[in-house]
Design a protein around this ligand. Structure first.
Ligand code: NDP
Length: 270
């Protein structure tokens, strides 16, 4: 008798833009794993029931995306330290005893992509625009990787304050009057999804800056165009997406796929 395929998927709303199914199916083919990867577009009140039903029916793991990364932490039986620290989860995994555990591999995916770009996060001076779930995961991972300072600026300053308090590290501070230029400037806002550039002081970007937009698209984002105009090297979040997908895949299937074929498949710049 043949075994049923491993059932995994992604939950969020809306999900028309997601490329996670393509990534996971490509990894499964590479690793010879029989995978059924589903897309659960769950509006506001359907997140918990849809996730509960998925795991009750034997689902192995779910990626979680906008807008449920914080809610996912409330849904689970247990959470990894990095997910608690970020206050957000992007992976849910069914454990052997049937319980569901939350993790956050956004930060790990980001650091892996930086390493691929030969950017050394140790001792880096970092400026993050945005204070949502992605900013939290990336900030926590940068501190763990040894960044020397992380400055956070957000449209709603109270959210930046809350993130800094939760991470509780003397190296992370709020944006004040800026004059400094940073090694790494990250657009962790969702402004690119609306074809907008977030507001930030132009002095933070110079010719030695890597300007990294966590959003990905076939064209340079408004933030990337602005940063390039200020002399920075730029890139989008495709590499991070591929690396975090690979980290989720490894959690669920116990094998780390080779990301290199997928990194070149979607046009990235920088
Ligand atoms: P959240 O909804 O948790 O946070 C959104 C953030 O964007 C908030 O800080 C919000 O500010 C800010 N924001 C939204 N619109 C604007 C605007 N017009 N100008 C300035 N700030 C704005 O989203 P996530 O943190 O989950 O996602 C953020 C981005 O990261 C998205 O583009 C997403 O696609 C990308 N991402 C990429 C990943 C990858 O693997 N490449 C993984 C995860 C996310 P405020 O608090 O003031 O509302």
């Amino acid at each position: 008798m043949s075994r049923a395929p491993s059932r995994c998927g992604i939950i969020g709303f809306p999900l028309s833009h997601t490329r996670s199914p393509q990534l996971h199916r490509a990894f499964a083919e590479q690793c010879d794993i029989d995978l059924d990867y589903v897309v659960l577009a769950a509006p506001e009140r359907e997140f918990e029931p849809a996730a509960r039903e998925f795991f009750a029916r034997g689902g192995l793991g779910l990626n979680v995306t906008l807008p449920y990364k914080a809610r996912a932490l409330e849904f689970v039986n247990s959470a990894s330290e990095r997910a608690v620290r970020a206050g957000a989860a992007n992976v849910l995994s069914r454990q052997l005893d049937g319980s569901v555990q939350a993790d956050n591999v956004d930060g790990a995916g980001f650091i892996a992509d930086l390493a691929r770009r030969s950017f050394d996060a140790r001792a880096a001076r970092v400026y993050i625009i945005g204070a949502g779930g992605a900013a939290a995961g990336v900030a926590a991972a940068l501190l763990e990787a040894g960044a020397s300072s992380v400055v956070v600026r957000n449209r709603n300053p109270s959210r930046a304050k809350a993130l800094i308090e939760r991470l509780a590290d003397p190296r992370i501070t709020e944006s004040r009057s800026e004059g400094d230029t940073y090694d790494l400037v990250i657009n962790a806002t969702s402004a690119s999804l609306f074809n907008e550039c977030p507001d930030f002081p132009s002095s933070v970007i110079g010719s030695t800056t890597l300007a990294y937009d966590l959003a990905y698209s076939t064209q340079p984002t408004p933030f990337m165009r602005c940063a390039a105009g200020l002399g920075a090297q730029t890139c989008d979040g495709w590499g991070m997406l591929v690396e975090q997908a690979a980290a989720s895949f490894a959690l669920w299937h116990g094998v780390s796929p080779d990301t290199s074929p997928l990194l070149s498949r979607f046009p990235t710049r920088g």
